[in-house]
Design a protein. Structure first.
Length: 195
């Protein structure tokens, strides 16, 4: 039963992330943090597919997890591979986003809530889209901290760098996205552990 729930968390979480990224963030060149944020920077600068960039960014972190905490490596591997595939599969949603998401702050908040909900759902079942989410799980385990808080701190660093590299990227809108990702993922993780 737990395995089925975990599988559903990966599927639903990946779908939420894919919709948030492609429908809300990409049309306005908004950034998220972590591996996803780095992947978006590569996408905006070099037109590399976001899912493929997530795989490239995540590989070194997965190598660390393999040697230092193999359960996180194996738990995160499925989430990373599936979410990367789904993000790229749903890339055409950016066309609908350009048409219907006409208010940038709504796009930033909506994208953040969707991505954060997907990330939080996956974290509840000890999986993630990889990259810094996996790294946050490792840190959170050793510090006994909420992984959503660790993710938020890394995210702010990534959007700061991304806003410097991408003149079109709006730091304040991206910060709103990161805040919504952090708040929604933290809420979901805390709510689960209260049950």
């Amino acid at each position: 039963m737990y395995t089925f729930r975990k599988l559903m968390a990966i599927v639903v979480g990946s779908l939420l992330i894919a919709v948030g990224v492609n429908f809300c963030l990409v049309p306005y060149e908004l950034l998220d943090g972590g591996a996803l944020g780095v992947a978006l920077i590569f996408h905006y600068l070099k037109d590399i597919e976001v899912g493929l960039a997530i795989l490239m960014v995540s590989l070194p972190i997965f190598a660390i997890a393999y040697f230092f905490h193999r359960p996180f490596f194996f738990n995160g591997l499925n989430g990373m591979l599936f979410s990367s595939l789904i993000i790229d599969f749903f890339y055409p949603l950016h066309i609908l986003g350009e048409r219907y998401m006409t208010v940038p702050i709504v796009s930033a908040v909506g994208g953040g809530l969707l991505v954060g909900s997907g990330v939080g759902l996956m974290l509840v079942y000890n999986t993630s889209i990889g990259g810094t989410d996996l790294f946050a799980q490792l840190i959170a385990k050793h510090l006994r901290a909420n992984p959503g808080v660790i993710i938020f701190l890394v995210d702010v660093l990534v959007i700061s760098i991304g806003s410097y590299l991408l003149p079109a990227a709006n730091f304040l809108l991206s910060l709103a996205t990161v805040c919504c990702v952090g708040a929604s993922s933290t809420f979901i993780v805390r709510r689960y552990f209260r049950l």
